[in-house]
Every structure is written in structure tokens, then in C-alpha cells.
Design a protein around this ligand. Structure first.
Ligand SMILES: [Zn+2]
Length: 95
């Protein structure tokens, strides 16, 4: 067994060494794992559909402090501030 720290909530827990070697055992519980993965895949999905490379995406993300929106061909069209749900509005805003 190996001592691990949950990457989501920071709680210490014990994991099987074999699991750690496989890159598992990063979270103390299934709910922590789900929480962390949801966050990551959400960002990743947004980036995948953006049509820009990762460097450009992160540049805009830093510059505007939110989630940059692209039209799928790499054209920057605006951004969604973190925690502000404006997606419905933006869907109807294209002209
Ligand atoms: Zn946890």
C-alpha cells in the first residue's frame, strides 16, 4: 500500500501500489474522481471544438480571463466569463 493525496479534495488515503503504478488511485473516492474529470473534459471539449491550437486557445483564455469562443474555423468570436452562463444568448448572436 502507498500513501496518496486526493487530487480533488486533498484528503490522504491509502492505495494499492500496483494501482498507483498504473496511474490510478489519484482520488479518495469515486465522487472526487467524477468531479475532477467533469471539470477537465468540459474544458477539453470546449477547446476541441474551437478550431484553434492549444497555444492560441490558452492565450485568449488568459487574455480575457474566461472561456474563449471560436466559430470552429479558428475565428475568435467572443468569450464566456467563468461562472457566467451566457451560452444561450451567444448561440443566437451570430450574424
Ligand atoms: Zn477526495
Amino acid at each position: 500500500m502507498t500513501d496518496r493525496k486526493c487530487q480533488c479534495c486533498g484528503v490522504s488515503f491509502r492505495a494499492r501500489t500496483a494501482d498507483v503504478k498504473r496511474g490510478w488511485a489519484k482520488f479518495c473516492s469515486k465522487s472526487c474522481k467524477a468531479k475532477k474529470q467533469e471539470k477537465r473534459t468540459g474544458q477539453f471539449r470546449n477547446y476541441l471544438g474551437s478550431g484553434v491550437d492549444r497555444v492560441t486557445y490558452l492565450h485568449y483564455a488568459r487574455e480575457y480571463g474566461g472561456i474563449p469562443q471560436f466559430d470552429g474555423r479558428g475565428e475568435y468570436v467572443g468569450f464566456t466569463a467563468v461562472g457566467f452562463d451566457n451560452t444561450e444568448h451567444q448561440d443566437h448572436e451570430r450574424s
